[in-house]
Design a protein around this ligand. Structure first.
Ligand code: HEC
Ligand code: HEC
Length: 304
């Protein structure tokens, strides 16, 4: 009798251990994901929330200083993608923007963060919109190799630019002064202007492939349409080569070679770093007191 009991007990013990072991293995990815979200949240509050808002709604305390408003991540609408118009971005798209920033805006390349931290943030941003739970990003639009014979294509590009209505917004010479330029709004209701295409750098990269990607995907949430359906790959390359042929001037450079609102982004980031060093809670914990003013004076002196 005792032998039988001992045997039953042993069998139950073994089953119990097996069960715990198995459920432990199943749970591991979930535990890992939860830890990533925790870390992502901490990185986000320290580095991003001052502009993008603690809940990701684009309403951080710094917003009033900025002309180009920080993205509202809750809608899942992303401008800079490799995926077709209307689609969610894929992870690489989000990672690319975090790593490269958005030139001419306060969104600086976040290279003070490690590659691992930037991937963790990529995952975290996706938790801020319900869309990522129910939708998958479409496949990227392929970017074929840049054509090698250029001169004829520039002429074709110039003609397409005039015919396709680009001039309506970007102006007949690409200077951003087309007849529709003044009254444009983005999907969040903020005024938006078509950029002067004769000036470098461009927002999501100034290389030929960056421009090809922008023309193919369009910029979701803005009046800039996708031309993937309207133009063949060759025609899109022609437009890219034409734009590059007129983009011959640099935007005026401010302190440290920064352009446009990048200067404002640098000020905001430095104040956040200072607040962090002084024991504040990073971006959200900043009071905007004396230290704030000191920083501003310091940066002004540097700009001279
Ligand atoms: C100083 C303000 C500021 C800070 C800090 C900041 N951003 Fe931004 N961010 C912006 C602005 C402004 C834009 C919009 C640029 C545009 O629309 O052209 C933007 C755009 C983006 C986009 C592009 C989304 C799209 O539409 O494709 C991503 C992704 C992003 N930010 C992630 C981050 C992350 C992650 C952090 C923190 C590590 C961060 N940002 C910190 C201001 C900021
Ligand atoms: C209805 C107005 C409109 C039309 C038509 C239009 N665009 Fe745009 N385009 C915009 C706006 C607005 C932006 C700026 C979006 C932003 O800054 O977020 C833009 C952005 C761009 C950019 C990206 C610049 C950067 O800094 O990355 C390029 C390149 C561009 N347009 C080229 C073209 C070409 C070529 C055509 C015609 C084939 C065209 N656009 C047609 C409104 C328009």
């Amino acid at each position: 009798m005792t032998k039988q009991l001992a045997l039953t007990f042993t069998v139950l013990l073994i089953l119990g251990i097996l069960f715990l072991y198995k459920s432990g293995i199943d749970q591991f990815p979930m535990v890992q994901a939860a830890a990533d979200i925790q870390l992502g949240k901490r990185l986000y509050v320290q580095n991003c929330a001052g502009c993008h808002g603690e809940r990701g709604d684009g309403k951080g305390p710094e917003v009033s200083r900025l002309k180009t408003k920080p993205r509202d991540f809750t809608t899942g609408i992303y401008k800079f993608r490799s995926t077709p118009s209307g689609s969610l971005p894929n992870d690489k798209d989000i990672f690319r923007t975090i790593s490269q920033g958005v030139r001419t805006t306060s969104m600086l390349a976040q290279l003070h963060l490690s590659e691992g931290e930037r991937w963790t943030l990529t995952g975290y941003l996706k938790t801020l919109s319900e869309r990522f739970k129910t939708e998958k990003p479409s496949d990227p639009i392929p970017i074929p190799a840049e054509p090698s014979t250029i001169s004829d294509l520039v002429t074709l590009g110039k003609r397409l630019y005039a015919d396709a209505g680009c001039a309506q917004c970007h102006g007949s010479e690409g200077k951003g002064d087309g007849p529709s330029a003044k009254d444009l709004k983005d999907d969040w209701g903020n005024p938006i202007s078509p950029p002067d295409l004769t000036l470098r750098p461009f927002k999501s990269g100034s290389g030929p492939e960056d421009l090809y990607r922008t023309l193919s995907t369009g910029l979701n949430g803005t009046p800039m349409p996708s031309y993937a359906a309207a133009f063949s790959a060759n025609e899109r390359w022609a437009l890219v080569l034409y734009i590059l042929s007129i983009a011959t001037h640099d935007r005026p450079k401010g302190m440290m070679g920064l352009v446009g609102e990048e200067v404002e982004g640098m000020r905001i980031d430095m104040r956040a770093a200072m607040a962090g060093m002084m024991g504040g809670k990073g971006m959200m914990g900043r009071g905007g007191g004396m230290m704030d003013r000191n920083m501003k004076d310091m940066m002004k002196d540097q700009g001279k």
